[in-house]
Design a protein around this ligand. Structure first.
Ligand SMILES: Cc1ncc(COP(=O)(O)O)c(C=O)c1O
Length: 455
């Protein structure tokens, strides 16, 4: 059997309708290699990696510095347990991450991916409140349609019914507050113009009022607010109005709740700064990191925790955090993450991101010509284009039409690998993408749209 046949026979793919795999007309892309922003399949077809390999890849594939760092570490040691023992790559990376998040002092707890980075934050928060004599604080408050990963704790602080439908009986309750997304906001129904909905916001900050009301309702039971800062990714690149994050952080402080930021998608430059919260000078109590932490080369998660919270875990043995994973702090992952940060400095990546982002903003104006485009949202190198059946009423396409999926499939014919969410087309290119490649990505996506939904 060739690799496609073996795949069909033995593999189960994440977030992929199983039946599509058995459709004789469906031909899965079998990736063979990659360089920069290009992936090549087994037949030699080239694709631009328009979703940065599910939002993980930062500086492109096969980057010599990251590759070499992994090889060098492999010559020394692949992995040793982090339970009660340390190593240089782990210590050095922790210092760098803590300093990036500083000047406040943070401590780093390593895990494997985004979901486990959130899971650790949730559990540390609960144990912390026990240790400081406030065990009643066990309610998490999080945003409508929020997504934090697929483990049970991460699902519980999320509100994406599409991801959690069958599993609600397993999940603990968390309070869901109004999603701060201007395009869908019931309080922002002013006359639509063809512009990012955030620019014609006419509300009275009802999303912030809702958050404050939840905090008041739960009083001294509120443990933490959990949110994706600036952009709710899996919800369809739902972007928050400017100022929301700072207001939310102030409320958490006012009501004694911890503030947990999920920078799994937004971290490492995506929004034009190292972390999305840097735009607002917000310092969270917990910062969950994964995806781009290794530049997209190896799985690694990290939870940054304020030192004051860590302090409560000192003292008697009962205060030990009995939580971890076999591969916590894996040396190869830490070496890749250190190299990722080094490339940010040596290649002045933040500047490139902002230049490409400005170009992307110009290129995507063409989408306004399409009658089914309802909203175009962009921050840094994150683009979400929301498709609607009717522009004036913002009527969505039915979920079953999988409209963003079909547009992305069409765009594949023109050399783009992209993956949307529901009715939202998404582009999230690696930072290595050249100006010419970016043009090709946008053009392929637009052709995909025009052919799927002829105007
Ligand atoms: C904001 C956010 N948090 C957490 C996760 C989960 O990360 P992982 O898939 O690495 O578990 C994701 C994944 O898309 C995410 O976008």
């Amino acid at each position: 059997m060739n690799s496609t046949e073996l795949d069909r026979a033995y593999v189960w793919h994440p977030f992929t309708p199983a039946e599509s795999w058995f459709d004789p007309n469906f031909k899965p892309v079998m990736i063979a290699s990659g360089r920069g922003s290009v992936l090549l399949d087994e037949e030699g077809n080239a694709y631009l990696d328009g979703n940065s390999s599910i939002w993980t890849n930062m500086h492109g594939h096969n980057h010599p510095v990251i590759k070499q760092a992994i090889k060098d570490q492999l010559d020394i040691l692949e992995h040793s347990s982090y339970l009660g023992a340390g190593h240089a790559p782990g210590s050095q990376l922790a210092e760098k991450l803590a300093k990036l998040a500083g000047p406040d002092k943070y401590r780093v707890f390593y895990s494997d991916d985004g979901a486990t980075a959130i899971e650790a934050a949730v559990k540390i928060a609960i144990q912390y409140f026990h240790q400081i004599g406030e065990p009643q604080r066990d309610v998490f408050i999080s945003l409508g349609d929020g997504y934090h990963g697929d483990t049970v704790g991460a699902m519980s602080v999320g509100h994406s019914s599409y991801h959690t439908g069958f599993f609600s009986s397993l999940m603990f309750k968390s309070d869901r507050v109004l999603q701060p997304g201007c395009y869908h906001c019931p309080f922002n129904q002013a006359l639509p113009e063809r512009a990012d909905a955030r620019t014609y916001r006419h509300c009275q900050w009802q999303c912030i009022t809702a958050l404050e009301e939840a905090l008041k309702k739960h009083g001294d039971k509120a443990a933490a607010i959990v949110m994706e800062p600036h952009i709710q990714g899996a919800a369809g690149m739902v972007m928050q109005p400017e100022g929301y994050l700072a207001k939310a952080a102030q409320l958490a402080k006012k009501y004694g709740a911890l503030f947990i930021l999920d920078e799994v998608m937004t971290g490492f430059g995506r929004t034009g700064k190292m972390f999305a919260a840097d735009h607002d000078g917000v310092k969270a109590d917990f910062i969950a990191l994964a995806k781009g932490i290794t530049g997209g080369y190896l799985p690694l998660g990290a939870t940054l925790i304020r030192e004051e919270i860590f302090e409560s875990f000192r003292g008697p043995i009962q205060n030990t955090f009995y939580h971890g994973h076999s591969y916590c702090g894996n040396q190869l992952g830490c070496a890749a993450a250190l190299a990722n940060l080094q490339v940010f400095e040596t290649e002045n990546t933040l500047q490139t991101i902002n230049e490409r982002a400005a170009q992307l903003r110009q290129l995507t104006q063409i989408f306004w010509q399409h009658p089914n485009v309802g909203d175009i949202r962009q921050e840094g190198l994150v683009l979400g284009i929301e498709l609607v059946e009717d522009f004036a009423t913002r009527k969505p396409f039915p979920f079953e039409r999988r409209i963003a999926y079909h547009v992305s499939e069409r765009a594949r014919k023109y050399g783009l690998l992209a993956r949307g969410a529901g009715n939202v087309l998404i582009l999230m290119p690696p930072y290595s993408t050249t100006a010419e490649q970016l043009e090709k990505m946008v053009s392929a996506l637009y052709r995909g749209l025009s052919e799927t939904l002829p105007a």
